[in-house]
Design a protein around this ligand. Structure first.
Ligand SMILES: [Zn+2]
Length: 401
């Protein structure tokens, strides 16, 4: 089997987990779709003669060269999972581009002076179990294994049960320094999740940093009662309380120059003719300034408490600077292309926090939309991204050791 081209890889991935009605993707961790994507990755690795390994969390690594004897190596990659009704590019573009970059290097006769790996990180989006970046966070120890195992999806299935159903051993998950020791440098290519490159009229940028960001759970109690017999004045309606807080969250974010989003709510008992006894909202907040983000959460907490509710932090990630020397070297190699910060979290940020040299490349997205079927990258820009990734990899693995 000869290695597939960028276009063939893209075509092979296109139908997996795609909802014909919306055009959006549903590729959730440890689902049948996820399994199909992982099998695809394994086949592409094998077709290239790359050594395929899985770490304790199930992240996939495909190595050109032996990272144990000749490492640490350079790793290129991203993730293959998606948010609900996500776009085609967020994640897969980085994995496909990494494999295509390996092909380009080989085609050019490049002989790397250290191993080059391609990574597929599992459960990057956290779409199923609510916590993002699980694959990289667990192996770096930033997410406790017990906590990861006990996370539940919307059907009440724990991550441990989901992993077991997918033929994995959840008891094995945990920090994996042996795997991480093989990674000297990590470069993740990703579709841009905004309009900066479209405005700059440039196809590719180097990523400089990831904004501080976090997730919070807003719990709002109420009192269950009959929708037809309870006077309005006598009600304690959890949905009304939560709705007020959500509206106020938007205002707090505007005031403080941040982004804040409640994109998921759960209402109990969830009957049309029942006043809600409990409402839960999940808040995502981020911004260039961590104090401003914290300020939004203070405002939200005060509003929730005024309604008898409470706000719980589920995750918080401080600003992550990518490795400055690596960023400037990449910009030099790529001829001074634009440099961008981002409000989105990425595995590259987790690895940078762990102390691995890391940086990113962003590929222009003409719609500026992401986490939606409208997410887009033109093929010419994707190929420019592959070219940039290959040039960076050639530079980082060229010359004398
Ligand atoms: Zn992504």
């Amino acid at each position: 089997m000869s290695p597939s081209t960028f276009q063939a890889m893209w075509a092979a991935l296109s139908p997996v987990g795609r909802d014909a009605r919306t055009g959006g993707y549903r590729r959730f961790a440890w689902s049948p779709e996820d399994h199909q994507l992982r099998e695809w990755f394994a086949q592409e690795a094998t077709a290239r003669g790359l050594e395929l390994t899985e770490d304790r969390m199930g992240n996939q690594w495909a190595w050109w060269g032996d990272p144990d004897t000749a490492g640490p190596g350079l790793v290129l990659g991203s993730h293959l999972d998606s948010v609900p009704d996500g776009g085609a590019y967020d994640g897969p573009l980085g994995v496909v581009s990494a494999l295509a970059a390996v092909d380009a290097l080989r085609g050019a006769g490049h002989r790397p002076n250290r191993p080059i790996g391609v990574a597929n990180f599992v459960d990057e989006e956290g779409a199923r179990f609510g916590i993002a970046l699980v694959g990289s966070r667990v192996i770096t120890g930033l997410l406790d294994a017990d906590r990861a195992r006990s996370l539940t999806d919307g059907d009440g299935i724990t991550m441990a049960e989901a992993m077991r159903a997918a033929g994995r051993d959840p008891d094995a998950i945990g920090p994996d320094p042996e795997t991480l020791r093989r990674v000297g440098t990590y470069v993740e290519l990703h579709v841009e999740q905004g309009r900066a490159l479209a405005d700059l009229d440039a196809p590719v940028a180097v990523g400089t940093d990831i904004w501080p960001h976090g997730r919070w759970r807003i719990d709002m109690p109420g009192e269950a009662n009959h929708a037809g017999t309870t006077r309005l004045a006598d009600r304690r309606d959890a949905v009304l309380g939560l709705a007020g807080v959500i509206q106020g969250t938007r205002e707090a974010a505007e005031r403080r120059g941040c982004l804040a989003t409640v994109g998921k709510v759960a209402i109990e008992p969830g009957g049309v003719n029942a006043i809600a006894s409990h409402a839960t909202g999940w808040l995502d907040a981020r911004g260039a300034n961590p104090d401003a983000v914290r300020g939004v959460i203070q405002d939200v907490t005060a509003m929730a408490r005024a309604h008898g509710g409470e706000v719980h932090e589920e995750s918080w990630t401080p600003v992550t600077e990518f490795t400055p020397d690596l960023v400037s070297r990449m910009r030099e190699v790529l001829g001074g292309i634009p440099a961008l910060g981002t409000g989105a979290g990425h595995d590259a940020g987790v690895l940078a926090q762990y102390g691995i040299d890391a940086a990113m490349l962003f590929v222009r997205n003409p719609t500026g939309v992401s986490h939606s079927p409208a997410e887009l990258a033109e093929e010419a820009d994707c190929l420019a991204g592959v070219h940039a990734l290959a040039a960076v990899a050639a530079d980082l693995t060229g010359g004398e050791r």
